[in-house]
Write a protein that binds this ligand. Structure first.
Ligand code: PLP
Length: 380
């Protein structure tokens, strides 16, 4: 069977109507940055373009220090090491595998907690129970760019004296109470992967608030080599988590256009909101303005989520159910009954495609398919 999405791409019809279609910067802008990278004779190891990207991200994300990384996952692993996180660590069950994967690779382990019904972000009450039971850190996720209950989580972290490190993979462009959502916590890791609204193809960024944390993160991202000891290794050793100059060039080019692109995504979001019932949308922006990178809706009762995804697929539209199944299910020993909200969300939430280049006609095509399938049972 031919894949209509592949055809659309081959014909150069703009972005495919599918979740995660990448945003491409203006080619001339990109070429200019790539020339700078190639002319500098320096392709990696904390080069000038990576440094420039870090400065620009720090300014935009309201934090004093940013380390560019090879991926969001490595940024999170490094953050966990910098803050000495080991042992059971609170993470939401409604998240991507990388959140818990980073914990495993950093020598900690996931202590899954359920999420709040409204925003699908980590539940502070479940988190407190886990902390009282010996959990040693908090790694909440700003799901779909909606801010977690940052005040409650900050109070918990302070009361139990535990590190609070956010997986802010979705949060680029989101703001809450006058600052970037990614600026909350002791540290935050952003993903700059091609499927994210702002990206460097592959990449990530670690956001920290003091220079000591930045220096340790940089040492750990460079095998554990210590510049204060002539670049020799010391424990704890690190990994190679650096961002290359080629990836930084891509990021700088896209950042030049970011505000316009976000404005256009906001318009796409507004069109979806005008076309679909308000009660289907998650109040992801209940705490501040979101990243406008995820159109997450919950299908109404009585509608099988997979029917919606399948009907759309037949029309060349790539919807995505996530996060399904909820991540706590990787642990067969976890009390499966303790995650009713994650379970329900995993069964009902779908993300619709969003891209700054979508036309109104394209958005309407997606909305029409979703409405048709979701209204069918009610018409009976
Ligand atoms: C994308 C994503 C990550 C991983 O980021 P990479 O840059 O792909 O390593 C981590 N957590 C969440 C919630 C994500 O969506």
């Amino acid at each position: 069977m031919t894949d209509p999405l592949a055809l659309a791409r081959a014909r150069g019809d703009g972005p495919a109507l599918t979740v995660g279609a990448p945003v491409i910067p203006d080619r001339r802008g990109l070429a200019a940055y790539l020339d700078r990278a190639l002319d500098s004779g320096r392709l990696s190891n904390f080069g000038p373009l990576a440094s420039r990207l870090e400065e620009r991200l720090a300014e935009r994300l309201d934090v004093p220090y940013v380390l560019s990384c090879a991926s969001g996952t490595t940024a999170l692993m490094i953050a966990l090491r910098v803050f000495g996180v080991s042992g059971p660590t609170v993470v939401p069950s409604f998240t991507f595998a990388a959140t818990a994967g980073a914990l495993d690779w950093a020598g900690a382990s996931a202590r899954f907690c359920d999420v709040e019904p409204a925003c699908l972000t980590l539940c502070p009450i479940a988190s407190e129970a886990a902390l009282a039971d010996g959990a040693r850190a908090l790694v909440p996720v700003h799901t779909y760019g909606g801010a977690c209950d940052v005040a409650a989580l900050r109070d918990l972290a302070a009361r139990y004296r535990k590190p609070l490190i956010y997986d802010a993979a979705h949060a680029f462009g989101a703001r809450f109470q006058g600052k970037a959502v990614a600026a909350y916590g002791d540290a935050a890791a952003i993903s700059l992967h091609a499927t994210k609204p702002f990206h460097t193809v592959e990449g990530g960024a670690l956001l920290v608030h003091d220079q000591g944390a930045l220096e340790e993160a940089r040492r750990l991202a460079n095998f554990g080599l210590d510049p204060r000891r002539g670049g020799t290794a010391r424990r704890p050793l690190g990994l190679n988590g650096k961002m290359s100059e080629i990836h930084a060039a891509f990021g700088l080019a896209l950042l030049d256009e970011y505000d316009t692109l976000h404005e256009r995504r906001r318009a796409v979001m507004a069109r979806y909101r005008a076309r679909l019932p308000a009660c289907w949308f998650l109040p992801a922006s209940a705490r501040g303005s979101g990243s406008d990178a995820y159109v997450a809706i919950a299908v109404p009762d009585g509608v099988a989520r997979d029917d919606v995804v399948e009907s759309a697929r037949r029309e060349g539209i790539g919807l995505r159910a996530y996060f399904a199944p909820p991540l706590h299910e990787i642990d067969p020993d976890a009390d499966q009954a303790a995650f009713p909200v994650s379970r329900g969300a995993a069964d009902r939430v779908i993300c619709l495609p969003i891209h700054p280049d979508f036309t109104t006609a394209q958005i309407d095509r997606v909305a029409d398919v979703v409405l048709r399938v979701c209204d069918a049972p009610r018409a009976n």
